[in-house]
Ligand binder design. Sequence first.
Ligand code: PLP
Length: 359
Amino acid sequence: MIPRTTVDISDEEKNAINRVIESGQFVKGKECEEFEKEFSSYQGVKYGAGVNSGTSALHLSLLALDLKPGDEVITVPNTFAATINAIIIAGGKPVFIDIDPETFTINVEKIAEKITEKTKVILPVHLYGLMADMKHIKDIAEDNNLLILEDACQAHGAEIDGKKAGQFGDLAAFSFFPTKNITVAGDGGMVISNNEELIQKIKALRDHGRINKKHVMAGLNNRMSEILAAIGREHLKKIDKFTQHRRKIAELYKNKLEDIEQITLPIEPRNYKHVYHLYTIRGNDRDDLKSYLYSNNIGSSIMYAEQLNKLDYVIQVAGIQNTPINEQINKEILSIPISGTLDIDLVEQTIDTILKRYN
Ligand SMILES: Cc1ncc(COP(=O)(O)O)c(C=O)c1O
């Protein structure tokens, strides 16, 4: 079976695990501190707080932004459930904006009409490795006195005008789950920001509300462990190589598949750098295409199959909100094989199999 994604864990990561085991320091040590400095600096931002998942990164960010019960958070339904769950668990109400069908990200033209006196945060999702239109979102936030939390869980290294994810929002949340563009070989995440005060608050929230060993607020245990941070540091050294490989695969798909009328390929708008966390195409007979690929031993996934704004527990908090473009697109999307290390021969095989179906 050609996998939809692969994870590269090599000797460097294994040695990093041993390095931590030999140090005897498993939490609250140098590895997490160094990873915070190295990753935030890679993204071009001053500070980082390592946490135990991307979900925690979003949740603690919303707590740090002082979300109060009933505060509205403008976001999209086209994301992994964690984005919406973090808003609800933090006491907020998700307000859904439909997406742009070409980029799969928030339609910025539709944000203004949803702003009310309860709106506190705009939470755009940089889906599949392509950033949302952050320049526009920043203008809207400034004009309306709103905060921005970037869900950058799929966007390590993605750029607009040479500025990476995390450089636009008040805070940005990243995930290092195994399939992500870099991983800690487990669950892990990080919040990055140029705002030192917010990052200090997140560091307290992740550690039982402690600052300088004193409990000063209600907090959780959402720390990143040293072994995972050490693995993340090794993976970070390879990020540019992984991104280049993902972009090479995307280029192969584009060159070979773009003339097939029945499918639409993802786009990379001018001045954007797409890091292709997923390579998601749209097909007018998506379910048949998925079965066809499966019968030819090629893995693919529907990311994401559930329409989040239509789930009962979400409606209970957010009421009925419709996003017709996203609902249509959810019937068409299919993510086909890509990763930072996927064998190019397997990509060629995938391309040939798809071409055979439509020729
Ligand atoms: C867009 C998005 N947001 C949030 C998350 C949550 O990250 P994690 O799985 O590390 O909790 C993910 C990852 O799955 C994601 O893709």
